[in-house]
Design a binder for this molecule. Structure first.
Ligand code: GDP
Length: 294
């Protein structure tokens, strides 16, 4: 995670610097703490809850490193994810649907995830259900070739639900462990897009009991609070179960992870830290917070 965090860590030094030497926790200190947390993009909900916690525990006290440890503990708690890792099917194929707007890094994230699962020995097939965008199917085909995983596709403009249907049939018949379903990143309108996601969700559910086992939303870390807004929108349309946060390596706004968790209630499951297929890491809240303050 360290590799992907240099820019976000720079921003968090603003928070860390508040804790050098000894301080009296007064109104001014709390205001500074809040400012620095907001500058680090953690969002108002997380910032307020941390500042309140510090106020209750330390107001009018002389403090040193203990308050820094307190803040780190709070940050870890804010990110805690009881459902850790991917939820797999008890038997038969596990279906993972992937949503996200064009440009978010959706295709690359699918490729990275497929690669990761294959390297764990799982048999993976991807379904090219983003049939709306000209390049989407081609791009996914290129990645599938590189990774050496199967792909189910039809020509551009075909019915995404039909592709999803075929992919489910293939996954069941050929004993695939994981089916990763790409979905459209943009349609004529937002309503169209959300309806299509719901439709694919229904098809998959009908074909494979218990599916989709996960619905991951890909968000671009460089967009900060905008990513939070997108998560809220998608969250309303489909039952997302987790976030894949791409481009963390190019972003100073990784603090948005806290805002996503607080406002949308979705845990970050994976982070993208580069453009290659190996550049995906499972998200570890404790490691993330530790790396922010190194
Ligand atoms: P899509 O339109 O959502 O499918 O986005 P793509 O997967 O095509 O990615 C858009 C651009 O972002 C491409 O140039 C990718 O190489 C780049 N990208 C995706 N993920 C990452 C990442 O984790 N780190 C970096 N640095 N670039 C990324």
């Amino acid at each position: 995670i360290k590799k992907g965090l240099s820019k976000t860590r720079n921003v968090f030094t603003g928070v860390a610097n508040l804790f050098t030497g000894n301080h009296r926790v007064d109104k001014e200190f709390l205001a500074k703490l809040e400012d620095q947390l907001l500058l680090a993009d953690v969002g108002t909900t997380a910032a307020t809850s941390i500042v309140e916690g510090v106020r209750k525990a330390f107001i009018d006290k002389e403090v040193g490193k203990d308050v820094m440890e307190f803040v780190q503990q709070k940050l870890r708690e804010l990110l805690a994810d009881p459902s850790e890792g991917i939820r797999y099917a008890a038997s038969g194929p596990t279906v993972i649907m992937i949503a996200g707007v064009n440009g978010s890094g959706k295709t690359t994230s699918i490729a990275k995830l497929a690669n990761r699962l294959q390297s764990e020995g799982k048999k993976v097939v991807v379904a090219a259900c983003d049939t709306f965008r000209a390049a989407a199917v081609e791009q996914l085909t290129v990645w599938a070739g590189r990774i050496g995983c199967e792909i189910v596709k039809q020509q551009q403009g075909s019915d995404p639900a039909a592709v999803a249907h075929d992919a489910c049939e293939k996954a069941k018949a050929k004993g695939f462990d994981v089916l990763i379903v790409d979905t459209a990143g943009r349609l004529h309108t937002q309503t169209h897009l959300m309806r299509e996601l719901e439709k694919i969700h229904r098809i998959v559910q009908k074909q494979i009991p218990g599916a989709p086992h996960e619905v991951f939303l890909v968000l671009d870390a460089t967009t900060g609070q905008n990513a939070v807004a997108q998560a809220e929108q998608f969250g309303k349309a489909v039952n997302c179960t987790g976030i894949m946060l791409s481009k963390l390596d190019g972003s100073a706004k990784g603090g948005a992870i806290f805002a996503i968790k607080q406002k949308v209630g979705l845990p970050v499951k994976f982070v993208g830290v580069g453009e290659q297929m190996e550049d995906l890491e499972p998200f570890d809240p404790d490691g993330f917070v530790a790396a922010l303050f190194e």
